[in-house]
Ligand binder design. Structure first.
Ligand code: PNS
Length: 168
């Protein structure tokens, strides 16, 4: 059984992440989407919120599970019997960040490899940070995240119009 872990902050999960999850789920027998519990950052959504959001968006994909982790990613992979880390690559700057991360992980634990999936072109520009920034000013984020997540983001910021939320 080929198990993979798709780690990230997912604050919030976007259509770009969801696309990677669906494609990874077609390649691996089981994909665990795992949210980093990063105590050094102040996220918009708590760990529990992010886990339940991801459970909702992946509920129809039978071989996807959702969890969270802290500490080293490779330790989490070994504990979960996963030998593969999935990461999405949107552009060359992602690669510059991801390659040393993958190489460091491999030095830390030679049993765990990283597989990169090229982000689909329609989501190549998309990031959780820009979604949050747009939403914080009341911008339309309906092309970036599913409607119920957009609703939750607007509520956090106290922005967005009820009409727009209802239209989604
Ligand atoms: O969505 P992100 O924030 O780009 O995800 C980054 C993530 C979670 C993949 C990375 O920060 C991570 O793996 N953190 C856990 C600590 C760790 O194992 N770091 C790599 C070796 S130093």
């Amino acid at each position: 059984m080929k198990r993979a872990v798709y780690p990230g902050s997912f604050d919030p999960i976007t259509y770009g992440h969801i696309d990677i999850i669906k494609r990874a789920a077609e390649i691996f027998d089981c994909v665990e989407v795992s949210v980093l519990n990063n105590i050094g950052k102040t996220p918009l959504f708590s760990i529990d919120e992010r886990v339940s959001i991801i459970k909702e968006v992946t509920k129809d994909i039978p071989n996807v599970t959702v969890g969270s982790f802290d500490g080293l990613l490779v330790d989490y992979c070994m504990k979960n019997n996963a030998r593969t880390i999935i990461r999405g690559l949107r552009m060359i700057t992602d690669f510059e960040y991801e390659l040393p991360l993958a190489q460091t992980n491999r030095k830390l634990c030679e049993n765990v490899d990283t597989v990169f999936l090229a982000t689909s072109l329609e989501y190549a520009y998309l990031s959780s940070s820009t979604v949050k920034e747009a939403a914080s000013f009341g911008g339309d984020i309906s092309k970036f995240v599913p409607p119920f997540i957009a609703d939750m983001i607007y509520k956090k910021y106290g922005t967005g119009s009820e009409e727009r939320i209802n239209e989604q």
